[in-house]
Design a protein around this ligand. Structure first.
Ligand SMILES: NC(=O)c1ccc[n+]([C@@H]2O[C@H](COP(=O)([O-])OP(=O)(O)OC[C@H]3O[C@@H](n4cnc5c(N)ncnc54)[C@H](O)[C@@H]3O)[C@@H](O)[C@H]2O)c1
Length: 279
């Protein structure tokens, strides 16, 4: 018997990375899964976004567990698109129980150098995208008087981060949004919590832009140079540079399960000691 038998989970940014890990982990615990992601390159974002092949691969991995998967293209910056995805979940899979508001992106640069449109894109995706997802899914959960909402913020949403003001501000905002949602939705039997990952092995860090950003002194930096930098900067305090996404997914399964039925309004840190860097 799985921890999520009979449930339906909707995961934004489910095409790859942690979204894919959440989808597969929840399916293995018996949930049917709805994934959505974009299929185009967002203006001002300096690394590749999800591709249609990524979304199809996640859907195939979910189906390989024996669970159903509905995959949709949707931009979390557009409320109407997420409302359509939530309605499709209920229409095609019969119900909706879990939201993992996972989609996110970043653009780096000092406050002086970051373009206003880049700031707006990051805040619209990271913060407004979570608002849109909660707003689209909450009515379904309220109607059945139960549900789980998990929003992905970041360790970088718990301390100031030079060159990452938009990302840090938006992730900090996600925590405030989730705590507010926990108050509004708690009376309906719905829990709302935040996952704060440390550095995780996904495409958001495995790209040339991030490699060069973190290693400006190197002519041709590699992923290993990023891994070394994570340890040098003292982000993690256990001997691991970047975490497998499956470890974050295990925390999401826990928050979605009956084991966590009275855990709400909180943050769960999955960062090999990253949380020791902030209060
Ligand atoms: N990897 C890390 O080290 C790390 C650490 C802390 C937090 N996070 C957060 O974890 C979440 C998952 O990221 P990841 O590490 O799997 O990276 P990722 O880039 O592989 O996944 C993010 C997904 O979000 C999607 N996305 C971006 N903009 C979107 C939009 N407007 N609408 C819909 N989908 C959109 C991307 O296409 C991608 O599939 C993000 O919120 C990220 O900020 C990542």
């Amino acid at each position: 018997m799985g921890k999520l038998d009979g449930r339906v989970a909707l995961i934004t940014g489910g095409g790859r990375g942690m979204g894919r890990a959440h989808a597969v982990a929840m399916a293995r615990e018996g949930a049917d899964v709805v994934i959505c992601d974009i299929d185009f390159q967002v203006d001002g974002i300096p690394y590749p976004m999800n591709s249609p092949d990524d979304l199809a691969e996640t859907a195939a991995l979910v189906r390989a567990t024996g669970q159903q998967c509905v995959a949709r293209v949707a931009d979390v910056r557009e409320f109407d698109e997420l409302e359509d995805v939530a309605n499709a979940a209920v229409a095609e899979l019969g119900r909706l129980d879990i939201l993992v508001a996972n989609a996110g992106t970043f653009a780096a640069g000092s406050i002086v150098d970051l373009e206003v449109r880049q700031w707006a894109t990051v805040v619209d995706t990271v913060l407004t995208g979570v608002f849109n997802a909660v707003k689209a899914v909450a009515p379904h959960l309220m109607a059945q008087r139960s549900g789980r909402i998990i929003a992905t913020a970041s360790g970088m949403g718990r301390h100031g981060t030079a060159q990452m003001s938009a990302y840090t501000a938006a992730k900090w905002g996600v925590i405030g949004l989730a705590k507010s949602a926990a108050k509004e939705l708690g009376p309906y039997g719905i829990t709302v919590n935040v996952l704060n990952p440390g550095m995780v092995d996904t495409p958001i860090i495995r790209n040339d832009h991030l490699r060069r950003l973190w290693n400006p002194e190197l002519e041709d930096p590699t992923d290993a140079d990023v891994d070394r930098k994570v340890l040098e900067l003292g982000l993690h305090h256990m001997p691991i540079s970047v975490l497998p996404p499956e470890d974050v997914a295990a925390a999401a399964v826990f928050l979605a399960s009956d084991d966590a039925r009275y855990i709400s309004g909180g943050t769960l840190e999955v960062g090999a000691g990253y949380a020791a860097n902030y209060t």
